[in-house]
Design a protein around this ligand. Structure first.
Ligand code: TRP
Length: 356
C-alpha cells in the first residue's frame, strides 16, 4: 500500500458498543476512505478513564468491543492502523506541550465539554483529568499529522481547538507567518497540518425515542450488533403521534429521518413521502418494518464479520491485532514527537520504542 497518502486520524471512546448514529456520522466515512488515505483509528481508552476511572473492567471490555465493531463495519486491519491510546506515550507527552498553547478558559468554554458535564451529571465534582481530555484529543490528532478527521457533529467543537493549537505551534516554533493559509502550513515548514473535521451524511441521527440524539446512555440506540428482532422492536417503539393510515403525516418527523437515512432506493423514498404526506393508506407500522428491514440488510454482513471474533478466541485475536498495530502506531507517533521536540529545541538525542 502506498505510503504517501494523506492521513486520517479519528477514534472512539470505549464506552460501549457502537450504534447507527456512529455509522452514519463517521464510521461509514472511515470505511469508504481507507484506500485514499492512510488511516489511523484511535481507541480513546485513556479518555474513558476521565469519567469512569473506577471501572477498569468495563473499559477493557469496551476497548475490545470497539475493535470488533470496527472490523465488523469493514475497517480493514491490513490497510488501516489501530491506535491503542494508552500504549502511545508520544500522545501523553505531546499533550503536555500542547496544553501550554491552549488558554484554560478556552478549554472550559468548549460547548461539548459543557454538555458532557451536564448530561453525565458531573456537576462540580469532575476530576482535573476530565477537561484535560480536550487537550489530549488535540494530541491524539496532531501526533499523526492527519489532514482529515472524520467525526460526528458533536466532535467538531474538539477539532476547532486542535486547529488553533496546530497553527500556534507552527507559528511559535517553526516561524510560520500567522497570515499563512491553513492549507499551506506544512509546505511553509510547519510540523503540523491544520486538520479538517469531516461530518458524515447524517450529522445527527435521532434516537428511537424520536426526540434525542441517538446515544447509548439515553437508551434510544440501535446497535450495529443488534438482531433483526431487536431492530424491529426498537423501530416499532418510535413515536410519531400519528394515529391512522389515512391521516396526512409529517415527512419531517423522526420516522422519515430514518426512511431517508436507511432506505437507499430513492424512488421508494419519494413514494413513501408522497403517500405519507397525502395520508394515502400507509401506516406507520408498515414503514417501520420497511426501515427495520433496510437496516437489517445493512447490518447483516457486519454481524457475519463480527461472528469471527466471538468468545475468548475472538478476544485473543483482537489483542494480538492490537499489539501488532501498536508498534506501527508508535513508529508514526514517535516520528512526529521528535519533529515537534526538534522545533522546540528539545532535540537532546534519539530514542527507540519497542512494544510486544
Ligand atoms: N472524544 C471522541 C468521542 O468521544 C473520541 C476521540 C478521542 C477522538 N480522541 C479523538 C475522535 C481524536 C477524533 C479524534 O467520540
Amino acid at each position: 500500500m502506498r505510503n504517501d497518502r494523506p492521513r486520517i486520524l479519528t477514534g472512539d471512546t470505549p464506552t460501549g458498543r457502537l450504534h447507527l448514529g456512529h455509522w452514519v456520522g463517521s464510521l461509514e466515512n472511515r470505511v469508504a476512505l481507507q484506500d485514499e488515505y492512510e488511516c489511523f483509528f484511535l481507541i480513546a481508552n485513556m479518555h474513558a478513564f476521565t469519567t469512569r476511572a473506577d471501572k477498569p473492567d468495563d473499559i477493557r471490555e469496551s476497548t475490545l468491543e470497539i475493535v470488533k465493531d470496527w472490523l465488523a463495519c469493514g475497517i480493514d486491519p491490513e490497510r488501516s492502523t489501530f491506535v491503542l491510546q494508552t500504549e502511545i506515550p508520544a500522545i501523553a507527552e505531546l499533550s503536555w506541550f500542547l496544553a501550554m498553547l491552549l488558554p484554560f478558559n478556552r478549554v472550559m468554554r468548549n460547548p461539548t465539554l459543557k454538555h458532557e458535564l451536564e448530561t453525565k451529571g458531573l456537576g462540580d465534582n469532575y476530576s482535573f483529568g476530565f477537561p484535560m481530555y480536550t487537550v489530549g484529543q488535540c494530541a491524539d490528532i496532531l501526533v499523526f499529522r492527519p489532514e482529515l478527521v472524520p467525526v460526528g457533529e458533536d466532535q467538531l467543537a474538539h477539532i476547532e481547538p486542535c486547529r488553533e493549537v496546530a497553527r500556534r505551534f507552527n507559528q511559535m516554533y517553526c516561524g510560520i507567518d500567522p497570515q499563512t493559509d491553513d492549507a499551506d502550513y506544512v509546505e511553509q515548514g510547519g510540523v503540523f497540518p491544520i486538520p479538517e473535521g469531516k461530518v458524515g451524511r447524517v450529522a445527527r441521527l435521532i434516537g428511537t425515542d424520536g426526540v434525542n440524539k441517538m446515544s447509548k446512555s439515553l437508551n434510544n440506540a440501535i446497535f450495529l450488533s443488534d438482531s433483526f428482532k431487536k431492530i424491529k422492536k426498537k423501530m416499532g417503539g418510535l413515536y410519531t403521534g400519528r394515529s391512522a393510515m389515512d391521516e396526512p403525516g409529517d415527512i419531517n418527523n423522526a420516522l422519515f429521518d430514518y426512511v431517508r437515512a436507511f432506505i437507499h432506493d430513492k424512488e421508494r423514498v419519494a413514494e413513501l413521502e408522497r403517500k405519507y404526506a397525502d395520508g394515502d393508506n400507509i401506516g406507520d407500522g408498515h414503514i417501520k418494518v420497511e426501515v427495520a428491514e433496510a437496516i437489517d440488510q445493512m447490518l447483516a454482513p457486519m454481524r457475519e464479520r463480527r461472528a469471527a471474533y466471538e468468545g475468548k478466541d475472538g478476544d485473543d485475536k483482537i489483542l494480538a491485532l492490537l499489539r501488532e498495530h501498536t508498534q506501527k502506531a508508535n513508529d508514526a507517533a514517535e516520528e512526529t514527537l521528535s519533529m515537534a521536540k526538534k522545533a522546540m529545541k528539545l532535540d537532546f538525542g534519539s530514542r527507540a520504542l519497542s512494544f510486544n
